[in-house]
Design a protein around this ligand. Structure first.
Ligand SMILES: Nc1nc2c(ncn2[C@@H]2O[C@H](COP(=O)(O)OP(=O)(O)O)[C@@H](O)[C@H]2O)c(=O)[nH]1
Ligand SMILES: Nc1ncnc2c1ncn2[C@@H]1O[C@H](COP(=O)(O)OP(=O)(O)O)[C@@H](O)[C@H]1O
Length: 191
């Protein structure tokens, strides 16, 4: 049985977190994506139980009432996102480590809860302008959701120093290599 370590990657939306997390998951079989619960509508390519557990607001509230969440937040547009304790347990039971991709406040909550067992990495965009370009080119946002994400990014960037590591995602290969080395090092350590 492996130890109960957790890897948390956070960033303002559009910084490249998903790109880096997906590649880590491909290259590191000891990691498993922690599937969050969310009340937002699935995008066309998304699958329930793979990308998120898509829940109704009532179902989500039921989990809050039952104290089922390791953390949860209202992240965007009145939509809730949360990490179920049962999801972390499911991954540990398989002998893997949860790779948790969550917003900045959620990441800080998990870090506080799991102390030394949690590694936290903040992915920083090279600039707010670069973030705007990446989000626009990704083609997933309306003007309103783009503005909301950029507004939140300014606020989130002010928390960067609270995390164990800050990695600037300017050039993807370099940033990925840096993140991978940090994760390898953390998993090799005794906690
Ligand atoms: N607090 C918290 N945030 C989450 C969780 N799952 C996802 N998020 C964050 O919610 C935000 C919105 O996610 P999403 O709608 O998929 O948009 P995207 O990350 O821009 O593709 C991102 O910053 C995620 O990291 C969670 O379980 N808890
Ligand atoms: N270093 C980089 N340089 C340029 N574009 C990038 C870089 N890293 C990621 N991207 C692109 O930026 C967009 C946002 O990345 P994504 O991983 O979806 O961000 P997040 O999960 O943080 O919202 C995607 O279209 C992705 O291909």
């Amino acid at each position: 049985m492996s130890s109960h370590k957790i890897i948390i990657i956070t960033a303002p939306s559009g910084a490249g977190k998903t790109t880096i997390v997906k590649r880590l998951l491909r290259e590191m079989p000891e990691l498993a994506f922690s599937i969050s619960a969310a009340t937002r509508t699935p995008r066309e390519t998304e699958v329930h139980g793979r990308d998120y557990y898509f829940l109704s607001a009532d179902e989500f509230q039921q989990h809050i009432d039952n104290n089922d969440f390791a953390e949860y937040e209202m992240v965007y547009a009145g939509k809730y996102y949360g990490t179920l304790k049962s999801e972390l347990e499911r991954i540990w039971e398989k002998g893997q480590y949860p790779m948790v991709d969550i917003d900045v406040k959620g990441a800080l909550s998990i870090k506080e809860k799991y102390h030394g067992a949690a590694l936290t990495i903040f992915i920083q965009p090279p600039s707010l302008d670069a973030l705007r370009v990446r989000l626009s080119e990704r083609g997933t946002e309306t003007q309103a959701s783009l503005d909301e994400r950029l507004g939140k990014a300014r606020y989130e960037l002010s928390f960067a120093r609270e995390f164990d590591h800050i990695v600037v995602n300017d050039e993807l290969e370099r940033a990925y290599g840096e993140v991978k080395a940090i994760v390898d090092n953390f998993l090799a350590r005794r906690v």
